[in-house]
Design a protein around this ligand. Structure first.
Ligand SMILES: N[C@@H](CCC(=O)N[C@@H](CS)C(=O)NCC(=O)O)C(=O)O
Length: 208
């Protein structure tokens, strides 16, 4: 049965699912939910995801939520071991970047992006914006330092699930408009990812 994705296509976390699906060739349909579309506190949405955030998916009648969980689930279900290895150390090296992105950079991007770029309340106060900008500069610096040690992808020579959240952060980084240090290794990584059609469709697609 075709995978159903609930969430607006301009959402950072929905884009992870869309990118993964196209990367491994899964068929999907999508419904617009979230900011600017039907609200996620609508009972119809809450029945699928009681947490009230996008994305949610319905796969073979099973409702699932949390973007990283969804992409790990789909990669596992459809045997994409090249991008989500079974070997435990290799798997942990992928997941550590996914977890780091979902906690650390999500908070800083609330200030730097939602507050500083979109002017969205309650994130649009000067302290929070400033803190978010300082933090994302530090965190992209950590990605830069990591890529200088290795690359071209986050876990080495090949593309993995780790590159999905990090690729979306990097796209957002280059779409922010405040004074930032140069990050040449991150810029090279951005170009490397841009060789992937699914990244051009859902990551570097003109949306921040
Ligand atoms: N930890 C969740 C975060 C989900 C999240 O924050 N989604 C945002 C969009 S990226 C959302 O639902 N915002 C409210 C809205 O669009 O109405 C995940 O990774 O899926």
């Amino acid at each position: 049965m075709t995978l159903k994705i609930l969430g607006r296509a301009n959402s950072f976390n929905v884009r992870k699912v869309l990118w993964l699906c196209d990367e491994i060739g899964l068929e999907w349909v999508r419904e617009d939910w979230g900011r600017g579309f039907r609200a996620t506190d609508d009972p119809e949405f809450l029945e699928v995801n009681p947490i009230g955030l996008v994305p949610a998916v319905i796969d073979d009648g099973e409702a699932l939520r949390e973007s990283n969980t969804i992409i790990r689930y789909l990669a596992s279900k459809y045997g994409a071991e090249d991008i989500y290895p079974r070997e435990l150390v290799a798997r942990a090296r992928v997941e550590q970047w996914m977890d780091w992105a979902n906690y650390e950079t999500s908070i800083s991007l609330r200030g730097a992006f939602l507050g500083g770029k979109l002017g969205e309340a309650p994130w649009n106060n000067d302290w929070f914006i400033g803190q978010g900008r300082d933090d994302i500069i530090m965190q992209v610096g950590q990605i830069e330092a990591h890529l200088v040690q290795g690359g071209p992808y986050m876990t080495g020579g090949t593309f993995t699930l780790a590159d999905i959240p990090i690729g979306l952060i990097v796209n957002r980084w280059f779409n922010l408009a405040f004074e930032r240090p140069d990050t040449p290794a991150v810029a090279a990584y951005y170009e490397t990812l841009s060789g992937r059609p699914a990244y051009l469709a859902h990551g570097r697609n003109g949306l921040p």
